[in-house]
Design a protein. Structure first.
Length: 396
């Protein structure tokens, strides 16, 4: 349960003197901006925005399916919600930049656990969330914000947030009915939406069976599927993506509208990766971008190029999608968008390619996720499925 939204006990801020403000965690004194250059808690509330700086990482901040994630982010999001303001996150390259941003007043809070004895700790006041001698920090003179953070944070919150995050990142957070991957193996009917797949797949220049394979991975052919993040329908379209594509949110669960919007997005992503000349290879990059974001895929391509791989070959790039889970790679200078949940994206592409081969009546001969991770695969390109015998044409 969220605490009541912050109640202001002061009208316009008087720069000449500090005043009190009542928060859900008690009364605190606001600080004069003229004295330190930072925004006092009353100004943060007045502006309607809490600006935080952090580092990219699984525990701090990353983007996942169009939403901010990371233990520290989810925790800070709770604070902002209870304060009644929006949360703006800016990612820095190192701890020195974090400290400098807060000291100079261009950010309100370091949303990252820092060691209290760090060399760059001058001018900072440690407060709020803490663990094992590490804590968030604000500008040293920003006592009002520090007191509000200290009054809000309870040690149990960290464990609760981690538990919530594990659930949100699991398949259990997606509400959907699981239908069979084939409606009729004997007749080669994949689903009752086959006519729609056939009609709209040419927009993306895809085989309709590949579109069907992706749809099954997204929603198991359930038009009412809905994820915790708000992705809806057969193709799990996010509301923000629907807005971008001109799809009315009221139509997001409509099977035809969902498929039609998805193929337009696939075509858009295909143009993003137009430098990948092979159509089959490009499909892998498009699928990866649909799941994990085009910018993260471009980061993996940059890493592949840096380390001597072919950035236009999925089997060369996929290992670096996985490596974007490791600090030495997501902090690499060629990487612009930081950490990503690479395992999920590589698995997403693998499962769709495998199901697509099965829908075509072929045996999948490409690498598994484990094979990509270990490097024990043929990096010669996308597999070309062999035509199976008629007896096993639709065998799953």
């Amino acid at each position: 349960m969220l605490l009541p939204v912050l109640m202001l006990a002061v009208s316009c801020r008087d720069k000449a003197a500090d005043k009190s403000i009542v928060t859900p965690w008690g009364e605190v004194m606001t600080d004069s901006v003229s004295a330190g250059g930072f925004c006092s808690i009353s100004e943060i509330v007045s502006n309607g925005e809490l600006i935080v700086v952090t580092l990219s990482g699984p525990q701090t901040y990353f983007e996942y399916h169009g939403r901010g994630f990371g233990t520290q982010y989810l925790l800070c999001e709770k604070f902002a919600q209870q304060l009644g303001v929006a949360l703006r996150v800016e990612v820095c390259k190192d701890t020195a930049e974090l400290a400098e941003r807060v000291r100079q007043g261009s950010a309100d809070l370091i949303m990252c656990m820092l060691p209290k004895g760090m060399k760059q700790g001058g001018g900072l006041k440690f407060c709020g969330a803490y663990s094992d001698g590490m804590q968030w920090a604000v500008a040293k003179g920003n006592g009002g914000l520090a007191k509000a953070l200290d009054g809000w944070y309870k040690p149990k919150m960290l464990a609760d947030i981690k538990k919530e995050e594990r659930f949100l990142l699991s398949s259990r957070s997606v509400s959907r009915h699981v239908y069979a991957p084939f409606l009729s193996r004997e007749n080669g009917v994949i689903s009752k939406y086959d006519p729609l797949f056939r009609r709209y797949a040419p927009v993306a220049r895809w085989d309709w069976r590949l579109l069907a394979a992706q749809c099954y991975q997204e929603s198991c052919f359930d038009p009412n599927a809905r994820s915790w993040a708000g992705a809806c329908g057969l193709m799990q379209i996010m509301p923000s993506t629907a807005d971008h594509l001109g799809l009315a949110r009221s139509d997001i669960h409509d099977p035809e509208r969902s498929i039609e919007a998805a193929v337009r997005l696939l075509a858009e992503l295909s143009s993003v990766f137009s430098n990948v000349r092979s159509a089959e290879e490009r499909q892998c990059f498009v699928l990866a971008a649909y799941n994990g974001g085009a910018n993260h895929v471009k980061d993996a391509m940059a890493l592949a190029r840096k380390h001597g791989g072919n950035p236009s070959r999925w089997n060369d790039v996929a290992p670096y999608v996985l490596k974007l889970q490791q600090p030495e790679f997501y902090n690499d200078p060629v990487v612009r968008y930081g950490y990503m949940r690479g395992w999920e994206t590589v698995d997403y592409v693998y499962r769709i390619r495998k199901r697509y081969a099965q829908y075509r009546g072929c045996k999948y001969t490409g690498p598994s996720v484990e094979g990509i991770s270990s490097g024990s695969y043929d990096a010669g390109g996308v597999m070309t499925p062999r035509r199976a015998t008629k007896k096993y044409k639709y065998h799953i």
